[in-house]
Design a protein around this ligand. Structure first.
Ligand code: GLV
Ligand code: MN
Ligand code: MN
Length: 459
């Protein structure tokens, strides 16, 4: 089998957090015996084919709940049928490929991620986890390996918050955490609601809300994802096992001042909405940089100015604030502090401030025993790993409400994500696939034991 040249060499990190199979901090080559031979070439081809499905422009643009996203789900479905799975779509538009287990009454083990992207995003965010799921199905089929539990390979619909403001729409619906009101209220830049977008694609928003996944059908869920940060790359570690996933509070601030002539209006006494917004942006940065907020990230990613004319003082500025943290109190406290300080600026500048909560998702602690299946698998394979937090949102965060979830991270080159430059070498994903596949088989054995299924039905 083929493995990465650089990162598969288990290298202990400076802080000693890297681990390899029973070898502590000693550098070691990954053990390849018993590992499923994930194929980097096949992984690269699948990623390439999906990257071709884009609106055009730099990188990949394949937004949530669009025909293009559906085409990507259909391509996944065709691959999974070829791998011997039965494919269905739930009312939210999540695509689920099922591989039967030896026990028809056993709940399923799942893996997967998403195929939508941000505007001008990369080709790996979400896609790496889906292509890994496909690779696992292909490896099991080629190896004639069966499991006690059925396996479900999932592509979630609409994970990126880029279009509608809220991340993980499909998995949120699957987890029973959404409402018809939410789907009607959330709108994209063109005023199209999630409900309208779903209906246009043939999905029924009311049915999606009324029919979440049944926890009894599920045993556990694993998601492989690119790290979207630079920890693994810097520390030369092959995979991360995630313990905490950050939450996010997203606000839209509308600052309304008074538009007027840039030449005729004196500098004193203006109500310049953009000048107030400039202070607001720096406040967000300042609050997050404060030592009380070590670990908080606050970002203004959108700014719309009107009337947007060189010769008119900006009358209105609308900006987004995205606050992320693994600590729920600090996340919400930061958002509240930013609003308080922006209000003071607006008062001083005679600008009106309106605040709209776009989304508010709590951080999630992933269960230790699922993570241990991943770390034990990495150890057995001789793949270096570390336990780490996730700064981004993920479908696993929602699905953990339905069934215990775990996450495997693979390195992101230069830590870049949500940009066309996003990159992870296929061989690095292949290493992650081996840990993922081994983790699924580990959970299959462990849960079969716990359920007391007869020995001959175990692996
Ligand atoms: C999802 O990609 C997020 O923005 O965290
Ligand atoms: Mn993602
Ligand atoms: Mn993303």
């Amino acid at each position: 089998m083929s493995t990465t040249k650089t990162r598969d060499t288990a290298t202990a990190s400076a802080n000693g957090k890297a681990r390899t199979g029973g070898r502590g901090r000693t550098a070691a080559k990954p053990r390849t015996d018993g590992a499923l031979p994930a194929q980097p070439r096949r992984i690269a081809d699948a990623i390439e084919e999906l990257a071709g499905m884009s609106e055009g422009g730099p990188g990949v643009t394949r937004l949530a709940y669009t025909p293009l996203e559906r085409s990507a789900h259909e391509l996944f479905a065709s691959w999974m049928r070829e791998a011997g799975c039965e494919v269905s779509t739930d009312p939210a538009g999540n695509t689920i490929a099922t591989r039967p287990g030896r026990r028809t009454d056993a709940p399923a083990l799942g893996t997967g991620s998403h195929l939508d992207s941000v505007y001008t995003g990369g080709r790996f965010d979400g896609i790496a986890g889906v292509v890994s799921a496909v690779e696992v199905a292909r490896l099991l089929a080629a190896g004639g390996i069966d499991t006690v539990h059925p396996l479900k390979f999932v592509v979630f619909a609409g994970e990126e918050g880029a279009r509608f403001g809220q991340a993980c729409l499909g998995s949120k619906l699957a987890a029973g955490l959404s409402s018809v009101e939410e789907l009607r209220e959330r709108r994209d830049r063109d005023g199209i609601s999630v409900a309208d977008a779903m209906t246009a694609l043939g999905f029924d928003p009311a049915a999606a809300v009324a029919r979440p996944w049944n926890p009894a059908d599920w045993a556990a869920f694993l998601e492989l994802h690119v790290e979207q940060g630079s920890v693994l790359e810097r520390q030369q570690i092959s995979v991360g096992a995630v313990d905490l996933i950050s939450g996010s509070t997203r606000l839209e601030l509308t600052l309304s001042g008074r538009a007027s002539h840039t030449g005729g209006t004196p500098m004193r006494g203006r109500s310049d909405a953009l000048a107030a917004a400039a202070e607001a942006i720096l406040i967000a940065e300042d609050v997050a940089l404060d030592t009380r907020h070590r670990g908080t990230r606050a970002t203004v990613g959108r700014l719309d100015v009107s009337p947007g004319s060189i010769t008119t003082i900006p009358g209105e500025a609308r900006l987004s604030v995205d606050v992320r943290d693994v600590d729920a109190d600090r996340q919400r406290g930061t958002a509240a502090e930013i609003v308080r300080r922006v209000q003071a600026v607006c008062d001083r500048r005679r600008v009106r401030l309106d605040v709209r909560l776009l989304a508010d998702t709590s951080p999630v602690v992933l269960p230790v025993w699922v993570r241990q299946a991943l770390t034990a698998s990495a150890r057995d394979l001789g793949v270096s790993y570390r336990v780490m937090t996730s700064g981004a949102s993920h479908d696993a965060q929602m699905i953990n409400r339905i069934t215990p979830a775990g996450m495997v991270f693979v390195p992101s080159r230069d830590g870049l994500s949500h940009v066309p430059e996003e990159w992870t070498a296929p061989a690095e994903i292949a290493t992650g696939v081996q840990v993922l596949a081994s983790g699924l088989l580990h959970l299959d054995r462990h849960l079969a034991d716990l359920a007391g299924y007869p020995e001959r039905e175990g692996l």
